[in-house]
Design a protein around this ligand. Structure first.
Ligand SMILES: Cc1ncc(COP(=O)(O)O)c(C=O)c1O
Length: 407
């Protein structure tokens, strides 16, 4: 099957924000019509429930195989945020309810808000939270990490790949160190899924989060991998779905869409290489054509599709609006913070100054991105930056002349 995605219906729109979400794969449009006939509740005993139950079971098996795990270790959620919340809060609440003396949690300083805020919320319930710094180059200080691990550590959570810079963290090594101290290890793999090849068992994870909409499937499905023997407190009570681990009727269409995408596992490496070539070309050209630009964490191991730039003298939001008017969709930092004048907390945590984080641009390429789109984008980005910088220079000239006049 050839991979294509639903192209946005807006003419001449180039989507370069694949870390925010991905357009669903085109073939899912016909598949969804088939699945709609299976409208019954998968939990029903009667005939209407049988087809949906089978679809759900088969989807779970496909997704488990894709992740390198077992069907029993998959819990469907509504998305990546819910999976993160459940992993962190569920393990802490279980430990507390069973009088486990471990109460310390270690996370990195660049985690997604759904993880960061979940961990912070537990401090009021008695958790001791350690936040591991990440350098501007995207590196975690493993010596400091080792020194924080102890017999009191309940859980460590470090993302496999960062959503803003694409930095890939040494999760396998960190999980092994956590296990030496008897702690659990969770990884937010939401951005890594479909962009790099990995296997949760090979990485040694106890818990991991995923979201379908970052991998060309529908929105509304996430996966929490919970290795056998990892105990979580149930946080959504309901009719016993997901083996009593997450109540609520399953979002079958979205689950099936993610299961279908697992058939593209063998394309991940090849697409990654193709996309990385375009990303590297983009960065080389931007450095050549736009003065003073820097690329965040480009010396580190990164996702092949992601580029995070700092473009001094340009306000990120203004840049985005201008690019949008020219038909390009990119982002400043995380999509969920768009519309907020606050700079990205993750970029600030990496040591970027406020003005640098406010001048940042995130470009995320995808499986349907074409070389001509990247070429076109570079040309337009250079033109917009020049335009915005010239307005800024003109403004400062006018202000300084006015000041001299009134001095
Ligand atoms: C690293 C990371 N984790 C979690 C999430 C949250 O996923 P969802 O939007 O499916 O709730 C995102 C979304 O951008 C993300 O990038």
């Amino acid at each position: 099957m050839k991979f294509t995605t639903t192209r946005p219906k807006i003419s001449q729109f180039t989507y370069l924000d694949f870390n925010a979400t991905t357009p669903p794969a085109e073939f899912l449009q016909t598949k969804v019509v088939e699945w709609l006939h299976q409208w019954g509740n998968p939990s029903s005993i009667h005939q209407a429930g049988r087809g949906p139950k089978t679809l759900l079971r088969e989807s779970r098996q496909k997704i488990a195989k894709f992740l390198g795990t077992d069907s029993l270790e998959i819990i469907f959620t509504a998305g990546g945020s819910e999976a993160n919340n459940r992993a962190i809060r569920g393990s802490f609440d279980y430990a507390k309810a069973h009088s486990n003396p471990r109460n310390e949690i270690i996370i990195s300083s660049v985690e997604h808000p759904s993880l960061m805020k979940s961990a912070q919320s537990l401090v009021a319930s008695g958790a001791r939270l350690h936040i591991l710094p990440v350098s501007r180059e995207g590196q975690i200080d493993l010596k400091l990490y080792r020194s924080l691990l102890s017999e009191k550590t309940l859980l460590v959570s470090v993302m496999l790949a960062n959503n803003e810079t694409g930095t890939i963290f040494p999760v396998k090594e960190m999980a092994a160190l956590a296990h030496e101290k008897g702690a659990l290890f969770h990884s937010d793999c939401v951005q890594a899924m479909g962009k790099i090849e990995f296997d949760v068992k090979e990485l040694g994870l106890d818990l991991a989060s995923f979201a379908g909409h970052k991998f060309y499937a529908f929105k509304g499905v996430g996966v929490l991998f919970s290795a056998r023997g990892t105990n979580l407190q149930t946080e959504i009570y309901g009719g016993g779905q997901e083996r009593h681990r997450r109540g609520g009727t399953e979002n079958l269409l979205a689950i099936c869409s993610l299961a279908e995408m697992t058939a593209f596992k063998s394309e991940i490496f090849e697409q990654g290489q193709r996309v990385q070539k375009m990303r590297d070309y983009f960065e080389a050209e931007v450095l050549k054509q736009i003065s003073e630009v820097s690329i965040t964490a480009n010396q580190n191991l990164r996702l092949p599709n992601t580029s995070s730039l700092v473009i001094p003298g340009v306000d990120g939001e203004t840049l985005l609006m201008n690019l949008d008017m020219r038909g390009f969709g990119a982002s400043t930092g995380a999509a969920c913070s768009s519309g907020s004048p606050e700079p990205s907390p993750a970029l600030l945590a990496m040591g970027l100054a406020r003005y640098e984080a406010q001048s940042s641009l995130r470009v995320g390429l995808g499986w349907s991105t074409e070389e001509s789109e990247v070429e076109n984008f570079i040309e337009n980005l250079a033109a917009v930056v020049e335009h915005l910088r010239s307005i800024k220079n003109l403004k400062s000239k006018i202000y300084s002349e006015a000041r001299e006049l009134h001095a």
